[in-house]
Design a protein around this ligand. Sequence first.
Ligand SMILES: Nc1ncnc2c1ncn2[C@@H]1O[C@H](COP(=O)(O)OP(=O)(O)OP(=O)(O)O)[C@@H](O)[C@H]1O
Length: 907
Amino acid sequence: MALSLSSPCGCPSDEEEEMAVFESTAAEHGGLARPGLPEISVISPGLDTRPSITGPKVAVKPQSCDEGAAERVKVFLRIRPLTDTERSRGEEQGCVAIQDEETLLLKAPNDSQNMRAAERGITPSIHKFSFTKIFGPETAQQQFYESTMKAMINDVLRGENRLLYTYGVTNSGKTYTIQGSGREAGLLPRALVSLFRKLQGRLYGGMNLKPVLYQDVRQLSASEVKAEEIRRNSLLKEDGNSRCTGTTTIWDSGIGGLSATTTFGTQLEDTDSVCLEPDSLSHSGGEDLEEGVQFSIWVSFYEIYNEFLYDLLDASPSQQPRKRVTLRLSDDKQGNPYVKDLTWIQIRSAEEAWRILRVGRRNQSFASTHLNQNSSRSHSIFSLRVLHVHPGANSGQAMHISELTVCDLAGSERCKDQRNGERMKEANNINTSLLTLGRCIAALRHNQSNKSRPPQVVPFRDSKLTRVLQGFFCGRGTSTMVVNINPCASIYDETLQALKFSAIATQLVHGPSTKTRVAYILSLLRDPTGNGNDSTVMEEEEDESDVDDGDITMLDTKALLQAIDVLKREVQRQREEKEVLEANVREQVVSEMMEVISRMQDGFSETLDAERALIEERYEDKINSLQKHLKKFYTQELKERDQEIEALSAALEEKKKANEAAPMTVPPGDSEGPRRSQRVSTQNELGRLRAELDQCRAELCTKTQEVTKLKMQLEVPGSAGTLTSAADRKLEEGQRNLRQLRLNLQRLGLDLQSGERACCRNTGGERLRHALTAADETLAKQGQILMELQNDLMLVKADLRRKAQTLAQTQSLPPQLPPSGFAVPSMPGSCKKRGCGAGAPSDPENRPPQKRQFFQSLFPSRTPTRKYNTRTAEDANLTPSSRILRSRQPSPPPSPVVTPRNLRGKY
Ligand SMILES: Nc1ncnc2c1ncn2[C@@H]1O[C@H](COP(=O)(O)OP(=O)(O)OP(=O)(O)O)[C@@H](O)[C@H]1O
């Protein structure tokens, strides 16, 4: 698994530093993931904690080479356990894994946005984070307190300012961590108990010293003290009243510390019933406290709700609900922000502190959201100020003031998940202030790591939250962050964003006091070039003349005008810087978009290719099946044709044999003349039909070749659609031709059959005439083929007419006619064929009796007076059909005149 780049020396360059911040904060601060991301992103607190390319990350304890001994901001991670309901919902998918005490692995579940982005190659699916310490779900409250907050109490009592704030997605356990639930007291009650145990016997008895402004102390007059006393008592009474009206209230601040069990009919029920086990707090005395100093403890509690500040300890004597008064934020002379008119209550025990806290919690904004039944809709800030009072000093003079602030931030959440308009507005405000906090931390980090460059303006003023916490980030105290996460898979993406945010905080160091705005302006006046390279000098100067430097009213008009000029230049410079930055960002956006588009293009063309291949495959299958069917069909057709042809050939052959055998069996005689001539004529006809059959065969062969050619064309791949349609057309044409051929063949077959029938019946004149008439009709139907026959027929008819006329003329001249044996020369051929010629056998024995009778009855008056044993030239020119027709013509009757009409009537 590849890891992100590392610097082997452990001291990264400015660019690398920026990159680390960019990588860890890109998503929530509008940054961009860079192309070519590794599979795993590594986000670690140490500037010198660098992942190795070849091996696993080696976490090195923070030791910056250029930051000396500056202490790093502590960021603790706490993972809350899954509830039974969450388990049953299948939220446990192992997306949060503790690698060691400092390293956490986040693996994107399948249905997360992060996984979808990872699948597109935009971001890694596994993230590695490092923290000061990681606490798993099994961590007890006491253990967590000891590792995180216990030391802070000592620091505060030593006079230092400390901030602890929780950060995380909604329902991740922030309130549980700060306040606790049920018997599991959180950090704050434990800290209060611990503090007062340390201060046993060291509390300042008076109430005349009160914290004011940012960190000032004011001596109160007697009447003011009285007013303070009344306010304090009323608050404690309020808590008492609440307890009395509740069903069960037990408050015990006995030896074991603080314990309370309260059951209210409100949503605060759980959090109000916090208790500490007697043995959970080890005794820790105040041995290390400054000798002789007494301590006065004051607390305040307020919330930032929808960017408005509300005092949670603003006791209402009437107990009637009234419109809440918003508080204002002001700056003191040094430009330090403070909450104006905030209620500060002096407390003398942990019990009192806790009771005050409970009163405040009752005023706090909670609501039920889809993720948390009792969700904090505001950032709540509980502050505890410790006045270090020197007994030797003038009455009421505080030697020093220190502060412990515990901030329970509202959980970040997706606005779109909120269905209620009010909840959505709250979520929006929460997210905006958290975003500003992130931007402040990022700017601070940038300024710390890029000292050679002009400092960025830290946008503390952009939200109320960052303004009130500003001092802790600017050197007037230190901050500790507790990141709470919920290991549910369904909120993985939000958890990832929260961790990325916290990753920047892990890179912060507790620097010396940074400049306030006034101080910043003054520094610019001292160094009009605005290089900002005077941090060390400024810090030293600030220490010496803090008050003087902060008073901008000391400057005269000229200096102020000069300051304005310098500021204008600074604004111009920063604007240019931003423009360059924007151009870079745009460039990166464009290049990344281009990459995404090209990836999409690749994807589309791949899909297109696959589709094309699929369609081609389908069409090839279709063509193959079409070819198969056509092949089958034509094979069948050819087979049938072959069979028909074979049958016809066999019939022809048989007929041929029969015809060849006929002259040998039939003895020559007078009556055989016409039969033979008819047979010859029929044979000729058959010969002609055979020739036609051969021609048809040849045609069939050609068609078969065409079909084969078509088949071959069908087998040629490519341009399937056109080829198929062309093949279809050709095949249809071929089929039509074949059908035509089949018809022709059938006709020919019929002709042959009728010819054969005629041949068989050539002994019966009438039947022969009928057969020939039928053949004639059949032949007449063959338009083109019989055209010639028709012509011939016309010729023959013309000839007959002529002969009939000649005959008529001859009969009208009796003396010129031969006496006997001379027949009318009407149709020599036909006479010859029908046995009327001189060469015809006259012996009645040689003729078949029935046939001779038939001929005699047919031609009763004819005598073979004239021989037609030789063919005339006219005969030689006759076509077979003409000859058949002539043979069909009977001998002229003995009537004196034979007209063509009469002859035609015979037919
Ligand atoms: N470490 C823990 N052990 C047991 N239960 C816990 C733990 N952390 C949180 N819970 C439980 O999880 C639920 C949500 O916790 P909590 O209300 O503290 O979340 P939150 O982060 O403050 O939410 P929001 O931001 O919405 O106020 C509570 O029921 C709480 O008791």
